[in-house]
Design a protein around this ligand. Structure first.
Ligand SMILES: Cc1cc2nc3c(=O)[nH]c(=O)nc-3n(C[C@H](O)[C@H](O)[C@H](O)COP(=O)(O)OP(=O)(O)OC[C@H]3O[C@@H](n4cnc5c(N)ncnc54)[C@H](O)[C@@H]3O)c2cc1C
Length: 150
């Protein structure tokens, strides 16, 4: 019979991995399901300078450390895209490959998706002049001319 987890977490970004640390340290059985890259958006970030206690770290490195930390206390991490959630006494998640997992509690930590600028070459300049996070990147544009859209 398939295991019924205490907690299923959808998304292995900073939020999901943090939840995994807390839940598994509380002796709960935890399954994390990630449909993209472990570490979430951190893995797309060049450099992080605002994580307390760490003055500067490459996004991909912090993503890697968080992914390891998230599994350190027994949480299981699998790769898969959650397509459907069936609510009931337990929560059932259905992945795009048809496989199913059941948990008593579900944490949805799927992050957010920015509405990208519909401009020529916007993709090319993302992270190189076009930013979607003022608190993350505002500091890098000190004393520069900045246009705020939205
Ligand atoms: C270019 C860039 C630079 C940034 N720089 C900084 C910075 O310097 N400092 C800072 O504090 N923040 C920065 N951020 C923001 C920071 O990365 C995010 O705030 C943080 O990653 C949000 O964490 P999260 O776990 O909520 O979501 P995410 O990191 O978005 O993680 C969500 C995860 O859920 C997964 N997922 C979504 N849907 C499904 C599904 N159906 N099935 C399975 N998995 C799914 C996604 O693949 C993803 O891995 C930056 C972001 C970007 C894009």
């Amino acid at each position: 019979m398939q295991e019924i987890y205490d907690v299923i977490i959808i998304g292995a970004g900073p939020a999901g991995l943090t939840a995994a640390i807390y839940a598994s340290r509380a002796n709960l059985s935890v399954l994390i399901i990630e449909g993209g890259v472990n570490g979430g958006k951190l893995s797309k970030t060049y450099e992080i300078e605002n994580y307390p206690g760490i003055e500067k770290i490459a996004g991909i490195e912090l993503a890697d450390q968080l992914t390891k930390h998230g599994q350190k206390f027994g949480a299981k991490l699998i790769s898969g895209n959650v397509e459907k959630i069936i609510d009931g006494e337990n929560k059932k998640v259905v992945l795009s490959d048809g496989s199913e997992h059941e948990g008593k509690t579900l944490i949805v930590a799927t992050g957010t998706k920015e509405r990208m600028l519909d401009l020529p070459q916007a993709d090319r300049f993302t992270g190189r002049g076009i930013s979607y996070c003022a608190v993350c990147d505002g500091f890098f544009y000190r004393k520069k001319d900045v246009v705020v859209i939205g």
